[in-house]
Design a protein around this ligand. Structure first.
Ligand code: GLU
Length: 472
């Protein structure tokens, strides 16, 4: 094996695994509790998957009362079981000629609404439980977009950090050689996620093209702009998160203008969330990477961050060398920085209950998740109890997959749209997602609760389609 995945799991996740299940704090109704226990039993050790399932179940009680047909047809049981799971060996050679072996995954979770759709994550922490939590979330996220896309996720326990370009290429080629038979523009359409950007998508697509002898643009999204990619795809998740935040604030007669903001992470999502916040007049004072965070009271210099992360592939610590006024804290928590708006854009379970309480004490009034499940269940509870604007990832970070679906539309019609047109479409769809979560939360007696709104609205759309398609 490449590495020990446990070593890379965030502290909160490890604690969760040890004293499982501390997140069973809220009561489920009897039937959903029994179903949850079955999921835990059938999927042992997959703590992140259990967490994601439980969070959705916590919203479903009233849905089963209103729609008894979902119970009769065992929609919940079916939704928790992936349609197909593929686990495969990825052998490759490093630059010294040594043979290396990784494990690849693709979990094709649900195709009731369209072809399987969801990203690939290359990170040493990847194991089946992570891929399944991400795939499960993706079903509802994709449903919320209103676009015809099912839910899937994949990846490998491969650590791209420190790899040469040639090593990345050989890894991607081997990964695609194993997976290509299971993909297709009408079957399953991967994209990027942590550790998979345009470079990796290029190598994956190139190998698919070579193996199939087809220029099937719609088989993968996040492509480069010269070879079938969509404008705004790179910016989409970060921009979309801020569009969702804007809507949550507007519903409270407030706006981003003048707000002090912090954004965790320094990858694609974080960088473009910072960009959009700044465009809307927000003052972003901190961001981070897995080593530490920088705090710049005057506001972050985004051009420098882009240069360090996108061009030079360096660590965020280097920022402080260029700006003397900025303070770098190694290992500390970015959530200690006072702010009004916090966007967790790094990884799952990066913000726990204590962090949430600290943010509130420091005056935080809005949180939108750019990453998938970055706030622990205790953290979510703290935000919901306080009644601040809290946008869960499956709604707030849907902008990435929305723009992937727009890329598929362009590929299907052999077209290429302009930046402004694409961004306008993205903004419209994010507004639609917000409206649907907001209205659904009201309809189900939980006004302002976007967790219930997102879970219920996403679930109902998939459940209806599953009923319509019969027992498949
Ligand atoms: N990985 C992204 C997500 O979490 C994007 C998936 C896609 O574009 O298919 O939604």
């Amino acid at each position: 094996m490449e590495s020990d995945p446990q070593k890379f799991r965030p502290r909160a996740a490890i604690a969760m695994a040890r004293c499982f299940p501390p997140f069973m704090s809220t009561i489920l109704d009897e039937r959903l509790e029994a179903l949850f226990q079955t999921v835990v039993k059938r999927n042992p050790g997959e703590t992140e998957f259990h967490q994601a399932v439980r969070e959705v179940f916590e919203s479903l009680g009233p849905v089963l009362v209103k729609h008894p047909e979902f119970g009769t047809h065992k929609i919940i049981e079916r939704i928790c079981e992936p349609e197909r799971q593929i686990i495969f060996r990825v052998p490759w050679q490093d630059d010294s000629g040594q043979v290396r072996i990784n494990r690849g995954f693709r979990v094709q979770f649900n195709s009731a609404l369209g072809p399987f759709k969801g990203g690939l994550r290359f990170h040493p922490s990847v194991y089946l439980g992570i891929v399944k939590f991400l795939g499960f979330e993706q079903i509802f996220k994709n449903a919320l977009t209103g676009l015809p896309i099912g839910g899937a996720k994949g990846g490998a326990d491969f650590n791209p950090k420190g790899c040469s370009d040639g090593e990345i290429m050989r890894f991607c080629q081997s990964f695609m050689t194993a997976l290509h038979r299971n993909l297709g523009e009408y079957t399953d359409v991967p994209a990027g996620d942590t550790g998979v950007g345009t470079r990796e998508i290029g190598y994956l697509f190139g190998q698919y093209k070579r193996l199939t002898d087809r220029y099937e643009s719609g088989v993968i999204t996040g492509k480069g702009l010269d070879w079938g990619g969509a404008k705004v795809r790179k910016e989409a998740t970060g921009y979309g998160t801020v569009f969702f935040l804007q809507e949550m604030l507007a519903a409270r007669k407030d706006s981003v203008e003048g707000k002090v903001c912090i954004v965790s992470g320094a990858g694609n999502v974080a960088i473009y969330a910072i960009e959009k916040l700044q465009q809307l007049g927000g003052k972003v004072v901190a961001c981070s990477d897995s080593n530490g965070f920088i705090h710049d009271k005057k506001g972050l210099d985004l051009a420098l961050i882009k240069q360090l992360k996108e061009v030079e592939r360096r660590r965020i610590a280097d920022y402080a060398r260029h700006h003397k006024r900025a303070r770098y804290t190694a290992g500390g928590s970015i959530w200690s920085v006072p702010c009004e708006v916090a966007l967790p854009c790094a990884t799952q379970n990066e913000l726990n209950g204590k962090d949430a309480s600290r943010l509130l004490r420091n005056g935080c009034l809005a949180v939108a998740e750019g990453a998938n499940m970055p706030v622990t269940p205790e953290g979510v509870r703290v935000f919901l109890d306080a009644g601040i604007a809290y946008g869960p990832g499956k709604a707030a970070n849907a902008g990435g997959v929305v723009t992937s679906a727009l890329e598929m539309q362009q590929n299907a019609s052999r077209d290429s749209w302009g930046f402004e047109f694409t961004e306008t479409r993205l903004a419209e769809i994010m507004r639609g997602i917000h409206a649907s979560c907001y209205q659904t939360a009201e309809e189900f007696g939980a006004p302002g609760n976007y967790v219930h709104g997102a879970n219920i609205a996403g679930f109902i759309r998939v459940a209806r389609a599953m009923l319509a398609l019969g027992l498949v």
